[in-house]
Design a protein around this ligand. Structure first.
Ligand code: MN
Length: 233
């Protein structure tokens, strides 16, 4: 096959304990999936699951034991962190039932759904798409993927984010409104999931702004942690 210019490299993430990398297809995100976060955003809590996407090349794949680098994005003065459990799909499908979802999961990772909150809020007010607030370059930092068999009981795991050593977000994955299986069921009813898809499952309460120089360190019990520094643009 010849192309009119060289195609971009495949976006990929490291896998704990393996030299092979996980090739990324799409990045799906679940909105307002923890009740206390929904409340802090001005909503009441449980509502039907809804989704948005980030481009695959928005991924900032942070290698095991490394400090990642997050360039401060343009056009914002309110860059928010959202720590999230990420589900990595290893086997695709459509209309996957929640009870069958585990068979489609390759592994799990710790991710950040970085958000230009000021731009997202502008778009919300105008009833316009969230892309500029959510789907910008470098908006999806993520640590190494831990294969599901090595990950422990992720559904009951603590999830947290510290900024410069101080707790900002702390909850438990059991507080998800739509759990991992239910989220996969709803997503796969709307899109055909494929191997390589990543699902950012939503953030707990405590979202707030970061500035250049801040060091973010996040985790989910049983998974490889994620550390990165916000750099000047
Ligand atoms: Mn989010």
């Amino acid at each position: 096959m010849n192309y009119v210019f060289n195609p971009p490299a495949v976006v990929s993430a490291p896998v704990v304990g393996r030299s092979e990398r996980f090739p990324v297809h799409r990045i799906y995100c679940v909105g307002r999936n923890y009740e206390e976060h929904a409340k802090e955003m001005g909503f009441t809590g449980r509502e039907p699951p809804f989704f948005f996407l980030k481009p695959a090349d928005a991924l900032v794949a942070v290698e095991a034991g490394q400090m990642g680098n997050l360039p401060y994005p343009s056009q914002t003065t309110n860059l928010h962190h959202e720590i999230e459990l990420v589900v990595a799909i290893g086997k695709g499908g459509r209309n996957i039932k929640a009870a069958d979802a585990a068979a489609h999961i390759y592994g799990y990772a710790v991710g950040l759904d970085m958000t230009r909150r000021d731009l997202q809020n502008d778009m919300k007010k105008q009833g316009r798409p969230w892309c500029i607030g959510k789907a910008f370059d470098h908006s999806a930092p993520m640590g190494p993927i831990t294969p599901a068999q090595q990950a422990g009981d992720v559904a009951q795991a603590a999830i947290w984010l510290r900024v410069n050593g101080t707790d900002r977000q702390r909850s438990n994955v059991r507080n998800l409104i739509w759990n991992i299986g239910e989220s996969i069921e709803a997503l796969s009813a709307a899109w055909q999931l494929q191997a390589g898809d990543l699902i950012f499952t939503g953030t707990p309460e405590g979202v707030a702004a970061v500035v250049p120089g801040d060091v973010l360190s996040g985790g989910v019990d049983g998974l490889a942690p994620l550390t990165l520094k916000v750099a000047p643009a």
